[in-house]
Ligand binder design. Structure first.
Ligand code: SF4
Ligand code: SF4
Length: 109
């Protein structure tokens, strides 16, 4: 797997539309651990590859199990104040992120 191709896809399709992307061309994420999209990119690639479903709820369930469970922002009881304050880009843009990852050309993977 060429991680770089996926990173480029996220930068191109997600970062460019993200409210945390500054006019200076830098990320100004409010996530105290750094943007979860990049912290958990390999896990998100796996989720995008293994689930082929129209329902976002299926992907969300997987993200809670395979990403949030290992994120230092999550508190007991699957609570996340970063998510609640809309500061988690992964949570805000999940459909767009999956779309970007699923459309990385096979030859670039
Ligand atoms: S918060 Fe994440 S998705 Fe948004 S600009 Fe920063 S790195 Fe990109
Ligand atoms: S929703 Fe919270 S626990 Fe899940 S990835 Fe985002 S910051 Fe981490």
């Amino acid at each position: 797997m060429k991680l770089n191709a996926y990173e480029q896809a996220v930068k191109q399709y997600v970062c460019s539309r993200c409210i945390d992307f500054g006019e200076d061309g830098a990320c100004h994420s409010s996530d105290p651990e750094g943007c979860a999209v990049f912290r958990f990119l390999p896990e998100l690639i796996d989720i995008a590859a293994k689930i082929q479903d129209q329902r976002i709820s299926h992907y969300l369930h997987c993200v809670r199990q395979e990403v949030c469970a290992y994120c230092r922002n999550q508190h007991p009881g699957e609570k996340c104040s970063v998510r609640d304050s809309l500061d988690c880009a992964l949570d805000r843009y999940l459909p767009m992120i999956l779309d970007a990852l699923e459309h990385v050309p096979a030859q670039a993977q």
